[in-house]
Design a protein around this ligand. Structure first.
Ligand SMILES: [Zn+2]
Length: 309
Protein backbone atom coordinates (compact mmCIF):
# COMPACT_ATOMS: atom_id res chain seq x y z
CA UNK A 1 0.00 0.00 0.00
CA UNK A 2 1.19 3.45 -0.87
CA UNK A 3 -1.46 5.39 1.07
CA UNK A 4 0.28 8.56 2.22
CA UNK A 5 2.14 9.23 -1.00
CA UNK A 6 -1.02 9.09 -3.12
CA UNK A 7 -2.80 11.73 -1.10
CA UNK A 8 -3.53 15.21 -2.39
CA UNK A 9 -5.17 18.35 -1.05
CA UNK A 10 -8.58 17.06 -2.20
CA UNK A 11 -8.28 14.12 0.18
CA UNK A 12 -8.49 16.46 3.13
CA UNK A 13 -12.19 17.15 3.28
CA UNK A 14 -12.54 18.04 6.94
CA UNK A 15 -11.57 21.72 6.76
CA UNK A 16 -12.03 22.73 3.12
CA UNK A 17 -11.38 26.48 3.50
CA UNK A 18 -8.16 26.00 5.39
CA UNK A 19 -6.91 23.30 3.03
CA UNK A 20 -7.87 25.44 0.04
CA UNK A 21 -5.65 28.22 1.40
CA UNK A 22 -2.72 25.82 1.66
CA UNK A 23 -3.40 24.44 -1.82
CA UNK A 24 -3.38 27.93 -3.32
CA UNK A 25 -0.28 29.05 -1.41
CA UNK A 26 1.90 26.02 -2.09
CA UNK A 27 0.55 25.48 -5.62
CA UNK A 28 1.44 29.04 -6.62
CA UNK A 29 4.62 29.31 -4.53
CA UNK A 30 3.23 32.41 -2.77
CA UNK A 31 3.79 31.01 0.69
CA UNK A 32 4.27 32.53 4.14
CA UNK A 33 7.68 32.26 5.81
CA UNK A 34 6.54 29.72 8.35
CA UNK A 35 3.58 27.45 9.08
CA UNK A 36 2.74 25.63 12.27
CA UNK A 37 0.57 22.53 11.82
CA UNK A 38 -0.97 21.41 15.11
CA UNK A 39 -3.32 18.60 16.08
CA UNK A 40 -3.40 15.13 17.63
CA UNK A 41 -1.16 12.31 16.39
CA UNK A 42 -2.62 10.85 13.22
CA UNK A 43 -4.67 13.93 12.30
CA UNK A 44 -2.74 14.51 9.06
CA UNK A 45 -0.12 17.15 9.91
CA UNK A 46 2.88 15.30 8.48
CA UNK A 47 0.94 14.04 5.48
CA UNK A 48 -0.18 17.60 4.74
CA UNK A 49 3.41 18.88 5.13
CA UNK A 50 4.41 16.26 2.57
CA UNK A 51 1.63 17.29 0.16
CA UNK A 52 2.61 20.98 0.52
CA UNK A 53 6.25 20.24 -0.28
CA UNK A 54 5.35 18.16 -3.32
CA UNK A 55 3.04 20.96 -4.53
CA UNK A 56 5.78 23.55 -4.06
CA UNK A 57 8.20 21.73 -6.38
CA UNK A 58 5.60 20.36 -8.81
CA UNK A 59 5.84 21.60 -12.40
CA UNK A 60 2.37 20.38 -13.43
CA UNK A 61 -0.62 22.72 -13.97
CA UNK A 62 -0.86 25.10 -10.97
CA UNK A 63 -4.42 24.12 -10.01
CA UNK A 64 -3.60 20.40 -9.82
CA UNK A 65 -0.33 20.53 -7.91
CA UNK A 66 0.99 18.12 -6.76
CA UNK A 67 0.16 16.46 -10.09
CA UNK A 68 1.79 13.11 -9.27
CA UNK A 69 3.19 12.74 -12.80
CA UNK A 70 5.83 15.45 -13.41
CA UNK A 71 9.52 14.69 -12.92
CA UNK A 72 9.56 16.29 -9.46
CA UNK A 73 6.47 14.40 -8.24
CA UNK A 74 7.87 11.13 -9.57
CA UNK A 75 11.12 11.82 -7.71
CA UNK A 76 9.19 12.23 -4.45
CA UNK A 77 7.23 9.05 -5.11
CA UNK A 78 10.52 7.17 -5.41
CA UNK A 79 11.74 8.72 -2.14
CA UNK A 80 14.62 10.54 -3.80
CA UNK A 81 16.20 13.28 -1.73
CA UNK A 82 15.87 16.92 -2.72
CA UNK A 83 18.78 19.29 -2.22
CA UNK A 84 16.53 22.24 -1.25
CA UNK A 85 14.63 20.38 1.48
CA UNK A 86 16.03 20.30 5.00
CA UNK A 87 14.68 18.07 7.76
CA UNK A 88 15.05 19.34 11.30
CA UNK A 89 14.84 16.19 13.40
CA UNK A 90 16.17 14.35 16.43
CA UNK A 91 19.60 12.78 15.79
CA UNK A 92 19.84 9.05 16.24
CA UNK A 93 20.53 8.14 19.85
CA UNK A 94 19.16 11.49 21.12
CA UNK A 95 15.79 12.41 22.52
CA UNK A 96 15.70 16.09 21.61
CA UNK A 97 16.40 18.39 18.68
CA UNK A 98 19.45 20.36 19.76
CA UNK A 99 20.68 23.84 19.00
CA UNK A 100 23.38 22.36 16.72
CA UNK A 101 20.68 20.83 14.51
CA UNK A 102 19.07 24.25 14.05
CA UNK A 103 22.40 26.02 13.52
CA UNK A 104 23.50 23.54 10.85
CA UNK A 105 20.35 24.22 8.85
CA UNK A 106 20.58 28.01 9.41
CA UNK A 107 24.18 27.86 8.15
CA UNK A 108 23.16 25.90 5.03
CA UNK A 109 20.39 28.42 4.36
CA UNK A 110 22.82 31.32 4.61
CA UNK A 111 24.77 29.92 1.65
CA UNK A 112 23.81 32.21 -1.22
CA UNK A 113 25.36 29.93 -3.85
CA UNK A 114 22.38 27.54 -3.88
CA UNK A 115 20.15 27.13 -6.93
CA UNK A 116 17.96 30.14 -6.09
CA UNK A 117 14.80 28.04 -6.00
CA UNK A 118 12.41 27.65 -3.08
CA UNK A 119 13.86 26.03 -0.01
CA UNK A 120 11.91 24.14 2.60
CA UNK A 121 12.65 23.33 6.22
CA UNK A 122 10.43 20.65 7.71
CA UNK A 123 10.28 19.84 11.40
CA UNK A 124 7.86 16.99 11.97
CA UNK A 125 8.20 16.96 15.77
CA UNK A 126 8.71 20.59 16.72
CA UNK A 127 8.02 19.94 20.40
CA UNK A 128 11.20 17.86 20.47
CA UNK A 129 13.27 21.06 20.17
CA UNK A 130 14.87 21.93 23.48
CA UNK A 131 14.79 25.52 24.71
CA UNK A 132 18.14 26.46 23.10
CA UNK A 133 17.09 24.97 19.78
CA UNK A 134 13.83 26.94 19.89
CA UNK A 135 15.75 30.13 20.68
CA UNK A 136 18.01 29.53 17.69
CA UNK A 137 15.04 28.79 15.46
CA UNK A 138 13.35 31.98 16.65
CA UNK A 139 16.34 34.01 15.47
CA UNK A 140 16.06 32.38 12.03
CA UNK A 141 12.32 33.02 11.91
CA UNK A 142 12.84 36.65 12.89
CA UNK A 143 15.19 37.20 9.98
CA UNK A 144 13.92 34.62 7.53
CA UNK A 145 16.37 33.55 4.82
CA UNK A 146 15.07 34.42 1.33
CA UNK A 147 12.99 31.92 -0.64
CA UNK A 148 12.58 29.68 2.37
CA UNK A 149 9.44 28.24 3.94
CA UNK A 150 9.38 26.53 7.34
CA UNK A 151 6.76 23.90 8.14
CA UNK A 152 6.64 22.90 11.80
CA UNK A 153 4.37 20.12 13.06
CA UNK A 154 3.46 19.74 16.73
CA UNK A 155 0.92 17.85 18.79
CA UNK A 156 1.22 20.20 21.72
CA UNK A 157 1.74 23.92 21.16
CA UNK A 158 2.24 24.51 24.88
CA UNK A 159 5.71 22.95 24.55
CA UNK A 160 6.76 25.64 22.08
CA UNK A 161 7.90 29.15 22.93
CA UNK A 162 5.02 31.60 22.40
CA UNK A 163 7.44 33.73 20.37
CA UNK A 164 8.06 30.82 17.97
CA UNK A 165 4.32 30.13 17.70
CA UNK A 166 3.54 33.78 16.98
CA UNK A 167 5.99 33.82 14.06
CA UNK A 168 4.11 31.03 12.26
CA UNK A 169 0.86 30.84 10.32
CA UNK A 170 -1.26 28.47 12.45
CA UNK A 171 -3.07 25.53 10.84
CA UNK A 172 -5.11 23.37 13.22
CA UNK A 173 -5.85 19.74 12.32
CA UNK A 174 -8.84 18.03 13.99
CA UNK A 175 -10.25 14.51 13.84
CA UNK A 176 -12.46 13.95 10.77
CA UNK A 177 -15.77 12.06 10.84
CA UNK A 178 -16.08 8.27 10.54
CA UNK A 179 -17.58 8.69 7.07
CA UNK A 180 -14.39 10.33 5.80
CA UNK A 181 -12.22 7.59 7.31
CA UNK A 182 -14.47 4.92 5.84
CA UNK A 183 -14.62 6.40 2.33
CA UNK A 184 -11.13 7.86 1.97
CA UNK A 185 -8.99 5.47 3.97
CA UNK A 186 -10.67 2.11 4.50
CA UNK A 187 -12.78 1.31 1.45
CA UNK A 188 -10.84 -0.86 -0.97
CA UNK A 189 -8.05 -1.36 1.57
CA UNK A 190 -9.65 -3.52 4.27
CA UNK A 191 -12.25 -6.31 4.20
CA UNK A 192 -15.78 -5.31 5.30
CA UNK A 193 -15.55 -7.25 8.57
CA UNK A 194 -12.60 -5.10 9.72
CA UNK A 195 -14.29 -1.74 9.07
CA UNK A 196 -16.04 -1.34 12.43
CA UNK A 197 -13.21 -2.02 14.84
CA UNK A 198 -10.79 0.12 12.81
CA UNK A 199 -13.32 2.97 12.73
CA UNK A 200 -13.73 2.71 16.50
CA UNK A 201 -10.01 2.66 17.23
CA UNK A 202 -9.13 5.31 14.63
CA UNK A 203 -11.47 7.78 16.39
CA UNK A 204 -11.56 10.06 13.36
CA UNK A 205 -7.79 10.21 12.87
CA UNK A 206 -6.75 9.19 9.34
CA UNK A 207 -3.11 8.53 10.23
CA UNK A 208 -4.16 6.20 13.01
CA UNK A 209 -6.48 4.38 10.59
CA UNK A 210 -3.53 3.86 8.20
CA UNK A 211 -1.33 2.45 10.96
CA UNK A 212 -4.17 0.19 12.18
CA UNK A 213 -4.39 -1.21 8.65
CA UNK A 214 -0.64 -1.87 8.73
CA UNK A 215 -0.57 -3.53 12.19
CA UNK A 216 -4.05 -5.03 11.74
CA UNK A 217 -4.16 -8.34 13.54
CA UNK A 218 -2.14 -7.30 16.59
CA UNK A 219 -4.16 -4.11 17.19
CA UNK A 220 -7.38 -6.05 16.76
CA UNK A 221 -6.30 -8.66 19.29
CA UNK A 222 -5.36 -6.06 21.92
CA UNK A 223 -8.72 -4.33 21.40
CA UNK A 224 -10.76 -7.53 21.61
CA UNK A 225 -8.85 -8.63 24.74
CA UNK A 226 -9.50 -5.29 26.44
CA UNK A 227 -13.17 -5.68 25.60
CA UNK A 228 -13.13 -9.21 27.00
CA UNK A 229 -11.56 -8.01 30.24
CA UNK A 230 -14.32 -5.45 30.76
CA UNK A 231 -16.97 -8.08 30.01
CA UNK A 232 -15.39 -10.36 32.65
CA UNK A 233 -15.61 -7.54 35.18
CA UNK A 234 -19.23 -6.85 34.29
CA UNK A 235 -20.02 -10.55 34.68
CA UNK A 236 -18.34 -10.63 38.10
CA UNK A 237 -15.56 -13.03 37.09
CA UNK A 238 -13.01 -11.15 39.17
CA UNK A 239 -9.98 -8.92 38.62
CA UNK A 240 -7.47 -11.78 38.18
CA UNK A 241 -9.48 -13.34 35.35
CA UNK A 242 -9.96 -9.93 33.70
CA UNK A 243 -6.24 -9.10 33.94
CA UNK A 244 -5.38 -12.45 32.41
CA UNK A 245 -7.76 -11.77 29.53
CA UNK A 246 -5.84 -8.59 28.60
CA UNK A 247 -2.88 -10.82 27.71
CA UNK A 248 -0.32 -8.20 26.84
CA UNK A 249 3.05 -7.26 28.28
CA UNK A 250 4.55 -3.88 29.05
CA UNK A 251 5.71 -3.36 25.44
CA UNK A 252 2.07 -3.10 24.38
CA UNK A 253 0.88 -1.29 27.50
CA UNK A 254 0.28 2.04 25.75
CA UNK A 255 -1.74 0.34 23.01
CA UNK A 256 -3.81 -1.51 25.59
CA UNK A 257 -4.46 1.71 27.53
CA UNK A 258 -5.47 3.43 24.30
CA UNK A 259 -8.01 0.61 23.71
CA UNK A 260 -9.38 1.06 27.24
CA UNK A 261 -9.68 4.79 26.57
CA UNK A 262 -11.69 4.17 23.39
CA UNK A 263 -13.90 1.70 25.29
CA UNK A 264 -14.33 4.27 28.07
CA UNK A 265 -15.49 6.88 25.57
CA UNK A 266 -17.92 4.37 24.05
CA UNK A 267 -19.21 3.48 27.52
CA UNK A 268 -19.91 7.17 28.27
CA UNK A 269 -22.80 7.09 25.79
CA UNK A 270 -24.68 4.32 27.68
CA UNK A 271 -23.39 4.48 31.24
CA UNK A 272 -21.93 7.84 32.10
CA UNK A 273 -20.65 6.88 35.56
CA UNK A 274 -18.88 3.71 34.38
CA UNK A 275 -17.41 5.57 31.39
CA UNK A 276 -15.96 8.31 33.58
CA UNK A 277 -14.57 5.74 36.04
CA UNK A 278 -12.80 3.90 33.22
CA UNK A 279 -11.42 7.09 31.64
CA UNK A 280 -10.13 8.27 35.06
CA UNK A 281 -8.56 4.84 35.56
CA UNK A 282 -6.78 5.10 32.18
CA UNK A 283 -5.40 8.54 33.11
CA UNK A 284 -4.12 7.21 36.40
CA UNK A 285 -2.63 4.13 34.70
CA UNK A 286 -0.71 6.33 32.24
CA UNK A 287 0.85 8.35 35.02
CA UNK A 288 1.69 5.19 36.98
CA UNK A 289 3.44 3.76 33.91
CA UNK A 290 5.56 6.90 33.65
CA UNK A 291 6.72 6.41 37.23
CA UNK A 292 8.02 2.92 36.51
CA UNK A 293 5.44 0.83 38.35
CA UNK A 294 5.12 -2.74 37.02
CA UNK A 295 2.60 -3.20 34.23
CA UNK A 296 0.84 -5.98 36.13
CA UNK A 297 0.21 -3.64 39.07
CA UNK A 298 -0.93 -0.83 36.75
CA UNK A 299 -3.31 -3.19 34.97
CA UNK A 300 -4.75 -4.62 38.21
CA UNK A 301 -5.31 -1.09 39.55
CA UNK A 302 -7.01 -0.03 36.33
CA UNK A 303 -9.35 -3.00 36.39
CA UNK A 304 -10.18 -2.50 40.09
CA UNK A 305 -11.10 1.14 39.36
CA UNK A 306 -13.15 0.03 36.34
CA UNK A 307 -14.97 -2.51 38.51
CA UNK A 308 -15.78 0.19 41.08
CA UNK A 309 -17.39 2.32 38.34
ZN1 LIG B 1 3.95 17.33 -10.27
Amino acid sequence: MNGYRDLRFDDFVARPALIENLRKAFGSGRVSHAYLFTGPAGSGKKTMADICVRALYCTGPEESRPCGTCESCRGFAEWQGHSDIYYLDVDEGRTQIRVENVRNIAFALSDSSSSGGKRCVICRRAEKMNADAQDALLKTLEEPPPNTVFILCAENVSQLLPTVVSRCMPVQFSPVGDRVIRERVLEGRVPAQDMEWILELAAGLPGRAFSLIENGSQSREIYLNAMKALTFIREGKGIAAAAKAVRCDKADAQDALYCFEILGRKLLKNDNKAGIALLDAVCEARSMLRSNVTWQYVLDTLLIRAAEG
